[in-house]
Design a protein around this ligand. Sequence first.
Ligand SMILES: [Zn+2]
Length: 204
Amino acid sequence: MHAMNLLQVFSHSSALAANKKRLHYCPQCGERFIQTTLQQFERQRCERCDFVHYLNPNPGVTVIVKSPDGKVLIGLRAENARYGGKWCLPGGYVEYEESFIATAHREVREETGLALRIEGVVNVVSNHLDDQHHTMVVVLMGQAAGGKQHPGDDLTALQWIDRDLHLGVNYAFEADQRILDCYFAGNIKMLPIDGRAEKRWPAP
Ligand SMILES: [Zn+2]
């Protein structure tokens, strides 16, 4: 069992991964970009239209879905998916048209078939997964609240796990493993979600 600290930063690649995200031409006007340094980071700027290609991590959510007896639902990633053949918590990227709360409801529904009753925020993690993917993930916790359980999206199987099963799982993401280490050690605190937030932008 690993340390029970609720760690917030997982780095499996360096800041140099940003090199892979460079663009050569301005997406706004087509001019060739010049390199520039902005707030100490190397970025590209267009001399014709002043467009700057900022680089930011992708925001996402991941959800600890609990059963009434404290088990947690994990999904097996399809062989042809990124990190295929390994297990993960349900979750995904926040779309521009939705709040992170709406994302949690949508992703849990798409990936598990279940409705979700969110209880709170348990963590936020920065995750340099590899040279192509840097995410910033809000970790939520909630209960399954109806629906018909079936794997969907990039998941091919679902399993409810207790602490013993958790120890043998091959996780796709170190963050998921560490978060569940803390959960099964009883070391999770929650920031509650305001009921009004659930009803906004768009309603679940
Ligand atoms: Zn331009």
